[in-house]
Design a protein around this ligand. Structure first.
Ligand SMILES: [Zn+2]
Length: 124
């Protein structure tokens, strides 16, 4: 992982650096500072903690985060007295989806795919 060091220069066009906390891209035009605030997470990041390339987040990391969220929710569900559960799996219909058509005859495969294709083109 390449990090900013005392030899890092911004050049004439500035330099893109990546927050070590949230991985967001920030641009700087000089390095005469010891810490700056990330425009994304608002964290105060020390100069030498900034990265010169984004962290590569592996699928595994996403999966582990997802898994721990799920495990926490399961834990909360079985321990309702400790924590008030806020259900977030409420069904919200997708406004983009039109009501289905009711053909007066049994549509052929081609008619169905044509209809789907037309609807799809409208959404694009
Ligand atoms: Zn950040």
């Amino acid at each position: 992982m390449k990090k900013v060091n005392k030899y890092t220069r911004a050049g004439n066009n500035g330099k893109e650096i990546y927050c070590s906390e949230c991985n967001a891209k920030n641009k700087v035009y000089h390095f005469s500072w010891s810490a700056i605030t990330c425009g994304n997470c608002k964290g105060m990041i020390d100069k030498y903690k900034w990265l010169l390339e984004p962290k590569k987040l592996t699928l595994n990391k996403y999966f582990n985060e997802y898994k721990s969220t799920i495990m926490q929710k399961i834990h909360d569900a079985f321990n309702p007295e400790k924590k008030k559960i806020e259900w977030d799996n409420e069904y919200k219909p997708n406004i983009k989806i039109q009501s289905t058509v009711k053909p007066d005859h049994k549509p052929t495969f081609n008619e169905i795919s044509e209809h789907i294709h037309k609807q799809y083109n409208k959404l694009k």
